[in-house]
Design a binder for this molecule. Structure first.
Ligand code: AMP
Length: 388
């Protein structure tokens, strides 16, 4: 991601307290998605932002919402996020940039006792960040009044779609006032999502930042190998690694199995997937974030949108079956002002998925290096030395 453009935050007519918080956050210049989204959003226009995580998209919608909600007493803005972790990160951004401007943000997510929601709602929030499932529970039992909602933001709409949240989104839309500003952020625009956008938005301004191109500073490498050669190669890579490594596995059981294998080698790895209790997910995330564990094994959904800086290395242990997931996974490394390496393991059966990724991101994707099929030792040994 780059922040190289001529736009400055001071070009935006924001409250001085917001400018101050932006400075305190260390944001010197708006990122391209912020430069493009903030002006129309401040004018109250609907916005479709095509951008993946790592582009600064959260602040792109948070800043205009903070300006509009500043000092307001009733609930006026709703932000929907696909996962609890992303909801937590969005909440952090609102607190970071909006607290001094009088933003009171509440977070409503599944996996925590409902009494916590009631406590959060009793603080008279003016901004609510929620995952769809839990929000629907509150709509059904009439616990939240949406009458004054003026701004709706749907973040990572494509992921909401992949996770089967489209009916919930429709249900939530039907509970909101029709007259409102709607913003939608998504890395890709599947037909279903585009249909919802068309139905629920009014002449949206469409802003597209490097659609589908993985963070371009990430160096990518692909190894074609047999399924049973994957674990030995992974352990070898982990043994040599010194920075933070995020390992993607396709299934929850696969995450458990691989984390066990890694830990058996006395390399300490955390794991994160949707079946784990929230406290364990939070712990794994915080251990990884703070460097107590340098390896995190995760499924796509659990890792989606995680904003952890300085991930040196992303490893696609299982090659993703959806090309967009490749883009999202690679987006974990080479975030703002960082560079990184993305390694993918490709089996014979994965070839068609590699071709799909190539269709999506073009020649950016290198050809797989073939490793000696059934040997645990890669024949190609230059993969680490390439960048060191
Ligand atoms: P996001 O794409 O919203 O997940 O943001 C990715 C990271 O960029 C977060 O750690 C933000 O704190 C950071 N960030 C957002 N806006 C800026 C900016 N204008 N300058 C520098 N960093 C930023």
């Amino acid at each position: 991601m780059s922040t190289e453009n001529d736009v400055k935050f001071t070009d935006f007519p924001l409250l001085e307290t917001i400018h101050q918080s932006i400075r305190q956050a260390g944001f010197e210049r708006p990122t391209p998605i912020q430069a493009a989204c903030i002006p129309p959003a401040l004018e109250g226009k609907d916005v479709i932002g095509l951008a993946q995580t790592g582009t600064g998209k959260t602040a792109a919608f948070a800043i205009p919402i903070i300006q509009r909600m500043s000092g307001r007493s009733e609930l006026g803005a709703l932000v929907l996020a696909p996962t609890r972790e992303l909801a937590a990160q969005i909440t952090t951004m609102f607190n970071q940039l909006g607290k001094d401007a009088g933003i009171r943000v509440a977070t409503i997510v599944g996996g925590v006792p409902i009494s916590e929601d009631h406590a959060a709602l009793s603080s008279w929030p003016n901004v609510l960040v929620a995952t769809p499932g839990r929000l629907i529970d509150h709509i059904e039992n009439g616990k939240i009044s949406f009458a004054e909602i003026e701004v709706l933001t749907v973040d990572e709409a494509d992921r909401m779609h992949d996770m089967g949240f489209v009916p919930q989104i429709r249900r939530i839309l039907s509970a909101l006032p029709r007259k409102r500003q709607t913003m939608m952020f998504t890395a890709t625009l599947p037909d279903d999502v585009e249909r919802i956008a068309r139905k629920s938005m009014h002449h949206p301004v469409r802003v597209q930042i490097g659609q589908c191109a993985p963070a371009h500073r990430a160096q990518q490498e692909l190894f074609e190998l047999a399924e049973d050669a994957k674990a030995p190669l992974l352990l070898k890579l982990l043994g040599k690694s010194s920075g933070r490594v995020l390992v993607f596995v396709r299934t929850k059981r696969g995450v458990d199995r691989l984390a066990r294998k890694i830990n058996a080698r006395r390399i300490r790895a955390g794991r994160i997937h949707g079946d784990l209790e929230q406290v364990h997910r939070d712990k794994a995330l915080s251990d990884f974030r703070h460097g107590r564990r340098l390896i995190l094994v995760a499924t796509d959904i659990a890792a989606r949108g995680l904003d952890i800086s300085n991930i040196e290395h992303v490893i696609n242990y299982d090659f993703p079956h959806h090309a967009e997931d490749y883009v999202h996974r690679i987006g974990r490394t080479a975030r703002v002002d960082a560079s990184g390496l993305a390694t993918s393991f490709v089996t014979r059966d994965d070839r068609r998925f590699v071709n799909q990724v190539r269709k999506l991101i073009g020649e950016n994707l290198p050809n797989p290096t073939r490793l000696d099929s059934y040997s645990a030792k890669p024949t190609h040994s230059a993969h680490r030395s390439k960048r060191r």
